[in-house]
Design a protein around this ligand. Structure first.
Ligand code: PLP
Length: 347
């Protein structure tokens, strides 16, 4: 299997500009951070963005603020997400009160599953729901979930580690609740090695997060914060990759079209990347099954990457962990690999 690659345009742009970082002496807190943040705001439609060194750092900052400044005392997440989401939630110092079940449809919680969880939740107005958009899709019920949370005073924070460039009804993830954070980690949909992009439409949250990210060492008012900054070299690399996002995603759609045609022809059940208002960034291409023996059912597909998660953090009533597999899909995936997948799907 090949490696994740960056467009040549990204590499050339980085090449043309990195020396200027050295000659300017601005290795941190310089123009590339600003450029990246402005790009993020323009691209996603967010009012505010802050570049940081990982999704985890950005989420932790948001949760810390919610605990210290917004009176939040507890947090819950969804069962189908990365283990690190749980560790981040616990590390925030909020009381971890459990996980919401997820549905095999989109591997995420439905509004009904959230309501079932909330039935047993006391003091909803002191709670934070850290929701994860999985695999490149936005939770299809995010609007309803956001309204429900707002009604109960639950603060919604979006873990958008998988969803930079994804939209639902033309709206980007990260803007349905208090704040969201994308990841630019090496294996993500838009990879730049490491990095996170916080987005929010909440001016107060933005101002506080901005202070938090630099220990509030200038104004010295927040009494809260660490260094979650992105270096200028990282910001330049991130911008070099982000500015090619259209090309990256379109390239993956060309691969997906081949998979889709083959899946439709041979009757595979897959999550469509662009249906029902979704426009996935194609972080993952997912096959699913309701067969009694899913492991045997998928046996002949050797050309696969690891599942989104082969574990669950709470209950897994719909057996998501073993009822899906992922086909390889990333920028500039070799034709030979694509053909291998198509052959196996046709067997
Ligand atoms: C769902 C999810 N949330 C958060 C993260 C953390 O992102 P980062 O590595 O940028 O902190 C990841 C992956 O690394 C992830 O898959």
């Amino acid at each position: 299997m090949g490696m994740i690659k960056l467009p040549i345009e990204s590499q050339n742009f980085f090449d043309r500009n990195y020396k200027e970082i050295f000659s300017s002496g601005h290795l941190a807190e310089g123009n590339w951070n600003k450029t990246l943040e402005l790009w993020t705001e323009k691209y996603t439609g967010a009012k505010f963005s802050i570049a940081c060194n990982s999704n985890g750092a950005g989420v932790l900052a948001i949760l810390n603020l919610l605990r210290e400044k917004y009176g939040k005392t507890k947090i819950f997440i969804q069962s189908n997400t990365m283990y690190g989401v749980k560790t981040t939630a616990i590390t925030s110092g909020l009381d971890f009160v459990g996980t919401v079940d997820c549905s095999l449809d989109y591997l995420m919680p439905t509004l009904r599953q959230l309501q079932d969880f909330v039935k047993n939740l006391k003091e909803t107005e002191k709670s934070v729901f850290l929701i994860t958009h999985i695999g490149g899709w936005i939770n299809p019920e995010i609007e309803e979930i956001a309204r429900y949370c707002e009604k109960l005073g639950i603060t919604l924070v979006e873990d958008c580690a998988h969803s930079l460039g994804s939209t639902l009804n033309n709206k980007h993830s990260g803007l349905f609740g208090f704040a969201g954070v994308y990841s630019l980690y090496a294996t993500k949909a838009i990879p730049a090695g490491e990095g996170g992009l916080i987005v929010t439409n909440n001016e107060n949250a933005y101002k506080e997060l901005k202070k938090y990210s630099i220990y509030d060492r200038f104004e010295q008012e927040l009494d809260l914060g660490v260094n979650i900054r992105m270096s200028e070299i990282s910001a330049l690399l991130s911008y070099s990759v982000c500015k090619e996002i259209k090309k990256i995603i379109e390239n993956k759609y060309q691969i997906a079209q081949k998979y889709i045609a083959c899946c439709e022809k041979f009757g595979w059940n897959f999550i469509h990347p662009a249906r029902d208002g979704q426009r996935s960034n194609l972080y993952k291409f997912i096959l699913k099954t309701n067969e009694a023996e899913p492991v045997e059912f998928f046996q002949k597909i050797n050309s696969r990457t690891s599942p989104v998660y082969d574990y669950h953090l709470g209950n897994d009533p719909e057996e998501i962990a073993k009822r899906h597999i992922c086909l390889p899909i990333w920028y500039d995936l070799e034709e030979e690999e694509i053909q291998k997948v198509l052959t196996e799907l046709a067997l």
